[in-house]
Write a protein that binds this ligand. Structure first.
Ligand SMILES: [Zn+2]
Length: 100
């Protein structure tokens, strides 16, 4: 239900919905240098802090993942975008949705 609602609302805000590939390692990728933690270096579920083993970048796990998802459309292989994309203003959408 969430995705159809986003697809409906996005054009109203001049935004475009981009669905990240399920295999995109947003949690394992360093948002600063692009290094992907794998194997024994893979960040576990209970760990809330991301620390890059390559550049030393340290961030909240969810914030790092959010930055990676923000970068997703610009990464190689995603040039299919027809126009510059925007982040859908979720709080505004939710507020409007609840007021309706
Ligand atoms: Zn890094």
């Amino acid at each position: 239900m969430f995705r159809p609602l986003m697809a409906y609302k996005a054009p109203v805000y001049g935004s475009q919905i981009i669905v990240a590939d399920r295999r995109y390692p947003s949690t394992q990728r360093c948002s600063q240098c692009g290094n992907i933690r794998a194997g024994e270096d893979k960040i576990e579920l209970g760990v809330s802090v991301y620390c890059c083993v390559q550049c030393g970048h340290r961030d909240d796990r969810d914030h790092n993942a959010a930055l990676n998802l923000e970068q997703y459309p610009r990464l190689e292989g995603n040039e299919r975008l027809e126009r510059p994309w925007m982040i859908v203003p979720l709080p505004a959408l939710c507020k409007q949705n609840w007021q309706a």
